[in-house]
Write a protein that binds this ligand. Sequence first.
Ligand code: HEC
Length: 153
Amino acid sequence: MFQGQSICSMRSAYIFRRLKLIGIAFLCSLILAPPIQAASLPDQKQCRGLWDQGVAVKPEIEGWCLFIDQKKGNCLACHHVETPGWPATLAPAGNAGPILTDLTKTYPDRDQLRNIIYDASAQFPNSFMPLYGKHLILDQNEINLIVKFLLTL
Ligand code: HEC
């Protein structure tokens, strides 16, 4: 009986010590953790994985995937975008076009953005930006998804 009790109290002391350690570890992780950052966006490989597996993602994320994919928008060839979610595995963008940021200020009407992607030459007559809609590089739905992504910038 006596022995049983002592085992029991030894055990609870042990559990208590463990809990204390877990508590200290938890507090340390709170103190040492970097500030909460926006989740990283998927890179091209991860985007293809999502497409292959038919994983449903938010329209903005799908737009981002179309934006960076070399066989779709490949917009990164010319445009950098300011986003805290830039994946570490994604190469830096080209700079032949303007950095795309704060577009709602310049284009409060999302149709303007849609039109630029559809046929940039209508707005910028000597543009060398591909005419994505006019030349059937992207379909209307893909352009809309890219616009959804652009509006998050
Ligand atoms: C070959 C280079 C190139 C590619 C690829 C390209 N663009 Fe552009 N884009 C430009 C250039 C250059 C401009 C500046 C206007 C001009 O002179 O054509 C521009 C302008 C824009 C603008 C207007 C920006 C502003 O500040 O007014 C938007 C929006 C845009 N591009 C979106 C896109 C999207 C979305 C894609 C991909 C689907 C894309 N671009 C792909 C070169 C490119």
